[in-house]
Design a protein around this ligand. Structure first.
Ligand code: GLU
Length: 514
């Protein structure tokens, strides 16, 4: 297919929240398209009305936009092959179904569910195929007139694909190599239903890939069993020469043990399996998402990129641009990728370190507003105190939420003090020592210079022959409320002289009557 523009599609069915595996599929399609100067299409495969879920389409679009996975065409983006929502392409599929019927590659079947059940009961391992189709209620068996009359009378029917038995079908997979399967294991798949005049997944998928000039089908391993059927469909339509190349991505596996990663694993081990929060409209059940859990989109992208692909080097941190430059399907693995959630956190920690205090403030201000709705903390990203607090503690944080927990004490003075810490650190002479410390602090002219402040307090201790720890430990307790936080004179610098002394005095009063 030289000279042909590379075109890929992400083709989710809107049946609920987009699973993290689906996000990875979208990402690999995007990386492949961008690497090769190609285009990416968003097609919504919503022909199964029974599984349609309100809100799922918007969720998919929002999640991928958040992650920076961009489409060139498709639902909500437009393009010359519109409409891109399969439910709006009914008429198109109908003409292609007729084409298969006319050429004898498909046939009409009237078998009712009851009749099919009966057959299943009679015949062990029943399958609707070459070995059974002649004993069924279909246009291969019934006289033409009868078929016409039934249709005219409004009897429900389906169109089935007539699969010739005993033929080896080859699927050339760019990741797995040649996959061979014998056509006898396939059943005569339903391609279209008169009940809703809609095609099934298989027909709609093939027709649209063809019409939308898709060159590469990159999707999850769970679709590999459908590929031989798709190859046969391409052949039945006479489209072999433009058949897309296939690449089936490895499964995402449970972090512990064997098997496919499921939502239950996430619930059990405490991590999200969806990109964004999702509320099931029927049950009201809420599932958490990576965005709301405090993940940075770049961190999630980096994490997912390495679940099934590797660069062949030791490098672990990749920007989207680097991924685009390096990505190739040849470097995708055949075997499943263990979903190492801890590694995901590690990436987030790394990305958090690369953010400026101003950027992190943007994440923290909403958390402050939510935690202290009545507090008149007027945060702006220009608040020097906030920026200093972030810089002092970001190294210890993995998520913005952690950072909030680490710095909150700067903005909300402790009202009580951790009892264990008080027991351990508040000795008989502590009140005396800290009372004496107040004028020492007051004497410091430049509180912003943490080294100067430290020197002043230290030499006072030496002069008085006070044990430094006996002063500094309870001092920390008075400012933080517990034995936590960064270096003491970084704390005092950020709090400022007035607030430092205010907290010290409050603690002395509070802890005097123990
Ligand atoms: N609609 C299918 C899905 O939900 C698309 C599979 C494919 O990419 O062919 O994943």
């Amino acid at each position: 297919m030289e000279n042909t523009k590379i075109r890929v599609r992400f083709a989710p069915s809107p049946t609920g929240a987009l699973h993290i595996g689906g996000v990875r599929t979208a990402l690999y399609n995007y990386l492949f398209a961008k690497r090769n100067g190609g285009e990416m299409v968003l097609r919504i495969e919503d022909t199964d009305s029974a599984r349609f879920v309100e809100g799922a389409e918007n969720y998919i679009i929002e999640a991928l936009a958040w992650l920076g996975i961009k489409f060139d065409e498709g639902v909500s983006f437009g393009g010359k092959y519109a409409p891109y929502r399969q439910s709006e392409r009914k008429e198109i599929y109908k003409t292609f179904v007729e084409q298969l019927l006319d050429s004898g590659k498909a046939y009409i079947a009237f078998d009712t569910p009851e009749f099919l059940d009966e057959k299943r009961a009679q015949i062990a391992n029943f399958q609707y195929d070459a070995s059974t189709r002649m004993s069924m209620q279909n246009s291969l068996v019934l006289p033409e007139n009868e078929v016409k009359t039934k249709i005219a009378n409004g009897e429900k029917y389906v169109v089935r694909f007539k699969i010739e038995p005993n033929e080896d079908i080859l699927v050339n997979d760019l990741i797995r190599g040649e996959v061979k399967i014998n056509s006898s294991v396939l059943d005569d798949k339903v391609l279209w239903k008169s009940a809703d005049e809609l095609p099934t997944y298989h027909l709609a998928n093939i027709v649209d890939d063809h019409l939308m000039k898709i060159t590469h089908v990159i999707r999850g391993e769970e679709w590999l069993p459908s590929a031989p059927l798709h190859v046969l469909l391409y052949r039945a339509f006479g489209w072999e020469s433009t058949m897309p190349s296939f690449a089936h991505l490895p499964l995402l596996l449970k972090p512990d043990g064997k098997g496919k990663l499921s939502k239950r694993d996430g619930d059990r081990l405490g991590f999200p399996v969806f990109p964004l929060d999702w509320i099931d409209r029927k049950t009201g059940e809420k599932s958490s998402g990576y965005r709301e859990a405090g993940y940075f989109p770049e961190a999630l992208i980096n994490f997912l990129a390495l679940l099934g692909w590797n660069s062949g080097t030791e490098q672990e941190i990749f920007s989207m641009e680097e991924l685009i430059n390096l990505f190739s399907l040849e470097r995708c693995s055949k075997s499943g990728a263990k979903f190492d959630y801890e590694k995901g956190k590690w990436f987030n920690h790394k990305y958090l370190q690369t953010k400026s205090a101003e950027e992190l403030a943007e994440y923290l201000i909403p958390i402050f507003k939510q935690k202290f709705p009545d507090n008149n903390l007027q945060f702006t990203i220009y608040n020097l105190q906030l920026l200093q607090a972030i810089d002092a503690l970001k190294e210890r944080a993995t998520f913005p939420q952690d950072l909030f927990d680490l710095i909150a004490f700067f903005f909300v003075a402790p009202e009580t003090f951790n009892e264990n810490d008080v027991k351990k650190r508040w000795k008989e002479d502590t009140a005396q020592l800290l009372t004496e410390l107040i004028p020492v602090l007051e004497s410091i002219e430049n509180f912003d210079n943490e080294h100067l402040a430290e020197e002043t307090v230290k030499s006072w201790c030496e002069e008085k022959n006070y044990n430094l720890g006996a002063v500094m430990n309870p001092f920390r307790l008075t400012l933080v409320g517990e034995m936590k936080g960064p270096q003491m004179f970084v704390i005092t610098k950020i709090l400022g002289k007035e607030e430092t002394i205010k907290r010290l005095k409050y603690a002395l009063r509070f802890l005097a009557h123990r």
